[in-house]
Design a protein around this ligand. Structure first.
Ligand SMILES: *[C@@H]1O[C@H](CO)[C@@H](O)[C@H](O)[C@H]1NC(C)=O
Ligand SMILES: *[C@@H]1O[C@H](CO)[C@@H](O)[C@H](O)[C@H]1NC(C)=O
Ligand SMILES: *[C@@H]1O[C@H](CO)[C@@H](O)[C@H](O)[C@H]1NC(C)=O
Ligand SMILES: *[C@@H]1O[C@H](CO)[C@@H](O)[C@H](O)[C@H]1NC(C)=O
Ligand SMILES: *[C@@H]1O[C@H](CO)[C@@H](O)[C@H](O)[C@H]1NC(C)=O
Length: 542
C-alpha cells in the first residue's frame, strides 16, 4: 500500500511539473541539510515544544559557555537554528570536569524541564534539586520509559563509571519509578542480572496490555509492572547482542487499531561473545547486519524472532518512526563497538569505525525480505558514532546531532567531537503539505474529535494516516518512550475537517505530551502538539 502511495505521488508531481506549476519543486527527494552549530555535543536530544529541542552533554569542555564556564545543556531552536545555553547543575555522570565549577554528580540525578509557550524558549526552566529530588539508587546508563499512569519506569544501569561492560559487583540490577512506588525501594530484576555484562541502556517498550517488553544483551522478557513477574522470551537469534557497549537499537513498530498488535524490531549490534575483555576486541570487528522482529501475541511468541538483514552492518544504529509508519534506520558504524578507547586498536579514540553515511527506510507492512531500502536516500559525510542523537521534529524532518567518541572535546583527532547539526529532510518538506489548522489542547482516551484541516488540491487523498506520536528521548542508540499509534479518522467531503478517534486507553498510549501528524498520500503535515489524558501529574489514577 505504501509503495502504491509513492507511485501515485510521483505520477502527480510529473503531471504538475509538466504544467509548469512554480509552487511544485523539481525532483522532490530526501536530502541532508547542514543547519549550524550545536555548541555542546548533543549526546541526548529531546523535542520539548513545537519549536525547540533540548540537548544535553556530559559536563565537559564544550565550547558553548554560561556563567564563564562550559555549558552542558542547551536549547536548539528548530526554526532559527540558534542555540541557547541552559543552566545545568547536575553532571551526566559521577565525575567532575575541571573546567566546570560546582558540578553535582549526576548518577542519581533527575532533571525536570518545565515547558513554556515562548517559541524561542525564553523563560523555560530546568528544575534540579539534588538534595530532595533524586533516584533511590545510583545509575549510570539506565533507561526510562513512561508507563500507563504517566510515571517513569527507570531500568538498570551501573553504580559506578565503567570503561566498557557493566560489572557483576557494581550493576544496578533493579527497577525503580518516578514518582517513586513501593515506598521508594527499587525492585530486583532477575532479567538484568541474567543479561550481564552487556546490558547497559536496556531497551524497553510499554505494550498495549500495560506490560513492558525489555531487551538487554541477547535476552528479552515481558515484565508485569503490577506483579513484578518476568516472562522469558526467546533469545535473539544467532548470538546477536544489542545493548551497550554492543549497541544495536530497538523500536516498537507502529500500533494500529482495532487490535494494536505489538511488534518489536531490533537491529544491528554485535555477535561477539560478551566475555571477551575489551582490550582483545577490535574497532575493525564487523558489526551485525541483523534485524530481528517478534510479534508479542501468544502465537507470535511461539513463532519467535524472524530474522532479516539490513543493507549493511551497524553498531549504534538509530531506529526512528516516520509519521507514515515507516522506520528510519540511520547512523552508527559498520565495525567495532560503543564506548571510548577501550579496544586494542581505537581509531583516534573511537571503538567503532566505518561510519555508515546512508540511511535506509524500513517498511513494516512490506513482505519479509522486501522491507529495507535506501533507494532515493542521500549520503552525508558526517560520521555519527558514539554520543550522537537523532529525533523526528514537529516539522516532520529529522534532527541529527552529536558524536564524540572522545573523553572530552577533541577537535584534532579522527572522529573528533561533532558540533555540526544536520536535518534529514523527507521529500514532502518542499511540497505543498496538508495541515492540521488547530488541535485541542487535551485529547481524552477513546474520545472522538474533529479538527479543521487543509489538504492541497495536488493530493488525491487516496491514503489518510493520522499518527499520535511520542517523539521520544534520543541517546545511546535508543529512543526512550518513542511511540506511534495510528488513529482511525475520516476526512470530510469538502476536505476541510478530519474526525479522529483517540486511542482507547492509557496502555495503548500512556498519558502525556504527544504530537499528531496527518499524512495524506505520503505527504505529512507538521505536528500538532496535544496533551493525551488529563494532563495531571503522575501517577494518574483512572
Ligand atoms: C545558574 O545557576 C546558579 C546556581 O543556581 C546561579 O548562581 C546562576 O546565577 C545561574 N546562572 C544563570 C545564567 O542563570
Ligand atoms: C567492578 O566494580 C568494582 C566496584 O566498583 C571495581 O572495584 C572493579 O574494578 C570493577 N571491575 C571492572 C572489571 O571494571
Ligand atoms: C545468549 O548469550 C548467552 C550468554 O553469552 C549464551 O549463553 C546464549 O547461548 C546466547 N543465546 C543465543 C541464542 O545465542
Ligand atoms: C558474526 O557476524 C559476522 C559479521 O556479520 C559474521 O561474518 C559471522 O559469521 C558471525 N558469527 C557467528 C558465530 O554468527
Ligand atoms: C585527542 O585525542 C588524541 C588521541 O587519543 C590525543 O592524543 C589528544 O591528546 C586528544 N586531544 C585532547 C585535546 O584531548
Amino acid at each position: 500500500m505504501l509503495s502504491l502511495a509513492f507511485n501515485v505521488l510521483s505520477v502527480l508531481s510529473t503531471v504538475l511539473l509538466s504544467r509548469g506549476n512554480p509552487l511544485v519543486p523539481r525532483a522532490s527527494q530526501w536530502t541532508f541539510t547542514e543547519k549550524g552549530n550545536s555548541g555542546i555535543v548533543a549526546l541526548e536530544s529531546i523535542i520539548v515544544s513545537p519549536t525547540l529541542a533540548l540537548f544535553f552533554d556530559r559536563a565537559s569542555d564544550d565550547p558553548l559557555q554560561i556563567d564563564g564556564h562550559s555549558a552542558w545543556g542547551a536549547l536548539w531552536d528548530l526554526q532559527t537554528s540558534e542555540v541557547t545555553a541552559l543552566n545545568v547543575s547536575l553532571g551526566g555522570d559521577p565525575r567532575g570536569f575541571a573546567g566546570n565549577p560546582d558540578i553535582e554528580p549526576g548518577n542519581m540525578g533527575i532533571r525536570i524541564f518545565e515547558p513554556c509557550d515562548n517559541p524561542a524558549g525564553v523563560g523555560c526552566t530546568l528544575f534540579e534539586d539534588p538534595t530532595t529530588l533524586h533516584l533511590a539508587e545510583k545509575r549510570w546508563y539506565p533507561s526510562s520509559i513512561r508507563i500507563p499512569d504517566g510515571s517513569l519506569m527507570i531500568i538498570g544501569g551501573i553504580h559506578v563509571n565503567t570503561d566498557f561492560y557493566n560489572n557483576l559487583t557494581a550493576a544496578a540490577n533493579t527497577i525503580e519509578f518516578f514518582p517513586p512506588k513501593d515506598g521508594g525501594v527499587p525492585r530486583p530484576s532477575a532479567f538484568l542480572k541474567r543479561s550481564l555484562p552487556a546490558n547497559l541502556f536496556p531497551r524497553a517498550f510499554l505494550l498495549p496490555d500495560g506490560k513492558v517488553f525489555m531487551v538487554a544483551n541477547n535476552q528479552s522478557i515481558i515484565y508485569d509492572i503490577d506483579t513484578g513477574d518476568e516472562r522469558i522470551l526467546p533469545d535473539l537469534p544467532n548470538g546477536v547482542r544489542v545493548t551497550n557497549p554492543l549497541d544495536g537499537s530497538a523500536i516498537l513498530l507502529p500500533l494500529s487499531p482495532p487490535d494494536f498488535t505489538p511488534e518489536v524490531l531490533v537491529c544491528g549490534g554485535s555477535n561477539v561473545s560478551d566475555s571477551i575483555p575489551p582490550d582483545q576486541l577490535s574497532s575493525q570487528t564487523p558489526a551485525s547486519d541483523q534485524c530481528s522482529r517478534i510479534t508479542l501475541t501468544e502465537e507470535g511468541i511461539q513463532k519467535g524472532w524472524a530474522v532479516e538483514k539490513m543493507l549493511e552492518a551497524r553498531v549504534m544504529p538509530e531506529l526512528v518512526h516516520l509519521p507514515n509508519g515507516q522506520i528510519l534506520i540511520i547512523n552508527g558504524g559498520g565495525t567495532g563497538f560503543a564506548a571510548i578507547a577501550t579496544v586494542f586498536d581505537p581509531v583516534g579514540n573511537s571503538n567503532a569505525d566505518h561510519p555508515v553515511f546512508t540511511p535506509s527506510l524500513y517498511t513494516p507492512t512490506a513482505a519479509l525480505g522486501e522491507r529495507i531500502s535506501n533507494k532515493g536516500m542521500p549520503t552525508t559525510d558526517i560520521a555519527r558514532l558514539y554520543h550522537s542523537s537523532v529525533t523526528l521534529t514537529p516539522q516532520g524532518n529529522f534532527l541529527i546531532a552529536g558524536s564524540n567518541p572522545n573523553a572530552n572535546t577533541n577537535l584534532t583527532v579522527k572522529f573528533s567531537s561533532e558540533f555540526r547539526v544536520e536535518t534529514l529532510d523527507p521529500p514532502f518538506m518542499t511540497m505543498a503539505r496538508p495541515s492540521i489548522v488547530s488541535a485541542p489542547t487535551k485529547v481524552g482516551f477513546g474520545q472522538t474529535f474533529t479538527v479543521p484541516v487543509t489538504v492541497p488540491s495536488s493530493l488525491k487523498a487516496t491514503t489518510i494516516q493520522v499518527a499520535l506520536m511520542d517523539l521520544g528521548f534520543s541517546s545511546h542508540a535508543f529512543h526512550s518512550s518513542a511511540r506511534l499509534v495510528f488513529m482511525t479518522s475520516t476526512l470530510s467531503k469538502d476536505r476541510r475537517s478530519l474526525t479522529i478517534t483517540a486511542p482507547p486507553n492509557r496502555n495503548v498510549f500512556p498519558p502525556g505530551p504527544a504530537f499528531i501528524f496527518l499524512t495524506i498520500d505520503d505527504v505529512t503535515s507538521t505536528g500538532a502538539r496535544v496533551m493525551v489524558g488529563s494532563g495531571a501529574p503522575p501517577p494518574q489514577t483512572d
